[in-house]
Design a protein around this ligand. Structure first.
Ligand code: GDP
Length: 400
């Protein structure tokens, strides 16, 4: 059953060229292949993408696109990489609950990734790091992780050991589960290769030692069991991610479709659901108001993007509390007017899924709203509130 707990609203943050588009495309490919064919099919390399798969790239330009991963609904929110879209970046950061920061394995942390990282810090967004392009000449996961420490001032926790270097990069050792994941025709899981066992054990210990130095529960166990149990490690990694004291670092090559499945597993395991977050704050006539991510609470949502394209006017909403049904009347408390919602849609990689309702935590596109702009709060008429000051609302952005 889909609940607020198995929702993940995330953004992919990156320096231009680090591979944000490719990572997004591969996430849609891997998850689309999984749910559409009703079986786990892990896709192959880019050369095997058929034209239909390529078309999926089109919806990457949507403000948010949804996909499913092992019972989790993952809403990917577009975060423009270009500095000219600073306002849109701020609003995207406001509506997402977690993010994957993509870095280039050769360049490490670049100036633009630093600025977007700081912005995400200001919004308190928990993050994972994905060191991409491990197949490139000069790629170096350790150096990239070190640049995360020195340039971003956060402790990197590498949970994978690459198998093979540069062009020979074929997979990773998952240091948490001590299993090897390799990609050839698809994903294969197996024991850690004999030649890498000693190094994997050494790195697992190093990871456990660092985690124990940061997390009291892990420290307690560490005294008796210095490699830590998988369970403790996962709990500690999740809590350290949520508190932003450290960042879990994964790696791969999006271009070669290597590393995407464990990245999605990490999104599900370590990044928060809307239910894990504090109540959202707003106000009404000078009085503070709070809303929990509860489907039964009064409805409240923030419009974060409006697009007027060939599909008509679509308003992208982050629902913070309550439930919105198709055809419902909602209230714009700043403008003091009611609006009627038309269809409620999940934008998928290659289609729209029409829903009867959307509940707390979800991100959906709604048709039929005529006046809502990015920054508009929509709420239940009987329980008004404003989530964002009115002067922050922006004019409609037209998308061809
Ligand atoms: P964006 O600007 O961050 O969206 O980056 P793109 O996804 O457009 O990628 C920028 C360039 O890097 C493109 O030429 C991609 O084909 C290439 N690229 C992306 N991922 C990888 C990778 O894993 N390995 C290599 N070698 N190139 C990659």
């Amino acid at each position: 059953m889909r609940t607020t707990r198995n929702l993940r609203n995330i953004g992919i943050l990156a320096h231009v060229d680090a591979g944000k588009t490719t990572v997004t495309e591969r996430i849609l490919y891997v998850t689309g292949a999984t749910c559409k064919r009703g079986e786990v099919h892990h896709g192959t390399t880019v050369t095997d993408f058929d034209p239909q798969e390529r078309e999926r790239g089109i919806t990457i330009s949507a403000a948010a696109v949804s996909c499913d991963w092992h019972g989790c609904r993952v809403n990917l929110i577009d975060t423009p990489g270009h500095v000219d879209f600073a306002g849109e970046v701020e609003r995207a950061l406001r509506v997402l609950d977690g993010a994957v920061a993509v870095f280039d394995a050769v360049a490490g942390v670049e100036p633009q990734s630093e600025s977007v990282w700081r912005r995400a810090d200001r919004h308190g967004v928990p993050r994972l790091a994905f060191v991409n392009k491990l197949d490139r000449a000069g790629a170096d996961l350790d150096r990239a992780a070190e640049s995360i420490r020195t340039r971003l001032g956060v402790v990197p926790l590498a949970v994978q050991l690459p198998i093979g270097r540069e062009d020979g990069f074929t997979g990773v050792v998952d240091l948490v589960r001590m299993r090897a994941l390799t990609w050839d025709d698809g994903l294969r899981e197996g024991p850690v290769p004999a030649g890498l066992t000693a190094e994997a054990v050494r790195r697992r210990r190093l990871l456990a030692e660092t985690v124990a130095s940061l997390h009291p529960l892990a420290l307690e166990e560490y005294a008796d069991r210095p490699e830590l149990s998988e369970r403790t490690l996962v709990t500690a990694l999740r809590e350290l991610t949520l508190s932003r004291e450290a960042v879990v670092v994964l790696c791969g090559s999006a271009y070669r479709n290597r590393g995407i499945e464990p990245l999605l597993d990490a999104v599900a395991a370590y990044l928060p659901s809307p239910a894990d977050l504090p109540a959202v704050r707003g106000e009404w006539q000078g009085e503070p108001r709070e809303r929990q991510a509860d489907p039964a609470a009064p409805f409240a949502a923030l419009a974060f993007k409006v697009s007027t394209g060939t599909g008509g006017r679509l308003t992208f909403l982050r629902v913070y509390s309550g439930t919105i049904e198709k055809g419902a009347t909602v209230y714009d408390a700043v403008a003091g007017r009611t609006e009627r919602a038309g269809r409620i849609l999940h934008v998928q990689a290659d289609r729209y899924d029409e829903l009867d309702r959307a509940a707390a935590g979800d991100i959906v596109a709604v048709s039929g709203l005529r006046a809502a702009r990015a920054g508009t709060t929509l709420c239940a008429p009987a329980e008004p509130l404003v989530l964002e000051p009115p002067d922050a609302a922006e004019p409609v952005v037209s998308v061809a």
